[in-house]
Design a protein. Structure first.
Length: 407
């Protein structure tokens, strides 16, 4: 049965991504999630599952099935030189033409602009973004909404795990004939693409109704305890009195800002929160082989290749902007519509240059591939590396500079 395989292949091996896909597809709505570990809670009689294979079949934890999804989408697998960025047809720099959206965003609002454009171009009614928990504002919580204001309010990056895709279950149950757009990370997109290839009722729904996917590049994500520790240990505030959190607020690259019940705001530079995030990562996130899944319609990352340096040494002169990779005809259609409608400003770039998030992702993956620990499968191309290429995180972020600049 699916749940037994999920336990054996994924949960026991610490390979759960916390994506929430298993909860989304469970026919009996049996799967709930621990709010702190973001792991599925399986405290029910497994006999109910019989020969169901829904939850294991959609899980990206051990096997994201990137190769199979690429064949389904593109008719080919990525080549070795496409290992980290995947298959794409166009790339450019971009930012929203809206000052409101740019200010609300981490990286210029390209993602938000494309999501809003899909509402008109693809008749999207429901958009999944990451917001905040209604009663514990320091916790991340997925939000499905048809409100432009909500989508803009959730424009910023959220460095916290939550059972994200599970939030789509209400849409599937109550509004199955309405189109959906999703912004997510690599694991979210991989799970949805696995689902779209399944010949099940919910699989057919996902194929027909999840009409637009945008992904943001991810070096690794963090458990809720990371955010709680930032508020308590760095800001010296009470997380239980926090009603809202922004991780990249204000001028680029942004500050971590917490707002309390009295609407008082307290903020620190982004670089100051990174150790707390690092201390609260999961094995699955650290061993992940995907900066981008390569399976979304459009992929987006920070335009500035090193937001750590920008935060540490003052990058406020840099304009918020993104690097955008277009992968599918749907992605191209939305981008062209947004540009022609005066919603998205874009310009030519090259893809040469250091990106700290990608370099750290590559380096960690090399490390885990040389251990005996269970790790998630990666795309077929270029999975192995020479030991001589390994570097430590400390070498990558240069701790001597860190101390001398901010001591």
């Amino acid at each position: 049965m699916s749940v037994a395989k999920l336990v054996e292949d994924v949960l026991a091996a610490a390979l759960c991504t916390g994506c929430g896909a298993c909860g989304l597809v469970c026919p009996h709505n049996l799967i709930l999630f621990d709010e702190d570990t973001i792991q599925p809670k399986l405290d029910f009689d497994a006999a109910i599952c019989a020969d169901c294979d829904h939850c294991h079949g959609v899980c990206p934890g051990l096997d994201p099935e990137t190769d199979a999804s690429e064949m389904h989408i593109y008719g080919r697998h990525r080549a070795a030189e496409e290992r980290w960025l995947g298959i794409f047809t166009a790339f450019f720099g971009a930012q929203s033409c809206s000052e409101e959206i740019r200010w609300a965003s981490s990286s210029g609002g390209a993602v938000t602009t494309l999501l809003l454009a899909s509402r008109t171009r693809l008749s999207v009614r429901h958009t999944l973004t990451m917001g905040r928990n209604a009663t514990e504002g320091w916790r991340a919580s997925p939000v499905v909404s048809d409100s432009k204001d909500v989508i803009i309010a959730n424009a910023q990056s959220t460095y916290q795990l939550a059972p994200y895709l599970n939030a789509l279950r209400v849409t599937y149950d109550q509004s199955p004939d309405e189109n959906v757009a999703v912004v997510g990370l690599a694991c979210h997109v991989q799970a949805l693409r696995k689902l779209q290839r399944q010949d099940t009722e919910i699989g057919r729904w996902a194929k027909e109704r999840v009409v637009f996917m945008v992904e943001t590049a991810c070096s690794s994500n963090t458990l809720p305890a990371g955010t709680s520790a930032i508020i308590s240990d760095i800001l010296g505030k009470d997380p239980t009195r926090t009603v809202n959190v922004k991780y990249r607020e204000g001028l680029y690259p942004g500050k971590f800002q917490a707002t309390d019940v009295n609407q008082d705001k307290c903020a620190v530079e982004f670089w100051q929160i990174l150790n707390k995030l690092k201390e609260n990562k999961t094995h699955r996130c650290l061993s992940c082989g995907d900066w981008m899944s390569g399976l979304a319609d459009v992929s987006v990352c920070d335009g500035d290749p090193n937001i750590f340096d920008a935060s540490l040494n003052g990058g406020q002169a840099i304009s918020k902007h993104a690097r955008v990779l277009v992968r599918t005809p749907t992605g191209a259609e939305i981008v062209e519509y947004a540009a022609e409608a005066g919603l998205l400003d874009r310009w030519g770039i090259d893809l040469v240059g250091f990106n700290l998030g990608l370099e750290r992702k590559k380096n960690r993956r090399r490390h885990y591939e040389q251990t005996t620990l269970p790790i998630p499968y990666g795309p077929g191309a270029g999975e192995t590396y020479e030991r001589s290429e390994l570097r430590t995180d400390e070498e990558l972020i240069n701790p001597a500079r860190y101390r001398s600049s901010k001591s």
